[in-house]
Design a protein around this ligand. Structure first.
Ligand code: DQA
Length: 149
């Protein structure tokens, strides 16, 4: 089995399901975790799934992914629009990085149109709700050469 796919989520996503459900949907982060695990398993992969409201903790986990992950799926949430620290951490990775968003930030407020994280992403998946995460895990599996079972 390859190293796990790290799936990291940023601030306020712990409240998924109750947070602005008209934008982010009714599924909880636990639901999203189950979807990611199932999609990874279909490719013979595992996920390490974590969420933090703290920028530095996300930086620590991205650094950890350098050694321990085969690919990284990251929903940076609001930090994507603000954090040079996350960008700098991502630039040290040589594994595929898939940025993902539940909503489509490009179709929302002006300040969401810029994401620093995109500068270091292999690709971006946005706008499909919880399915954005599943699609991102599938993209990650494909990029690391895992075949569908
Ligand atoms: C988000 C979009 C961001 O603009 C926002 O700050 C979030 C969630 C998304 O998944 O759609 O917290 O990353």
């Amino acid at each position: 089995m390859p190293k796990p796919i790290y799936v990291l989520s940023g601030p306020n996503l712990n409240l998924l399901g109750t947070r602005e459900p008209e934008i982010y949907g009714h599924q909880t982060l636990n639901d999203v975790q189950a979807l990611c695990a199932a999609r990874a398993a279909a490719f013979g992969c595992e996920v390490v799934f974590r969420q933090s409201n703290h920028e530095g903790e996300l930086v620590d986990w991205i650094q950890e992914a350098r050694e321990k992950a085969s690919a990284l799926v990251l929903n940076p949430a609001a930090y994507g629009h603000t954090s040079v620290a996350l960008l700098d951490a991502l630039k040290m990775l040589v594994i595929p990085v898939i940025e993902c968003h539940l909503s489509n930030p490009a179709a929302r407020e002006e300040f969401r149109r810029q994401t620093y994280v995109s500068l270091a992403a292999t690709g971006v998946i946005s706008g499909f709700g919880a399915a954005s995460y599943e699609l991102a895990v599938e993209a990650a599996a494909g990029l690391i050469g895992a075949a569908k079972r």
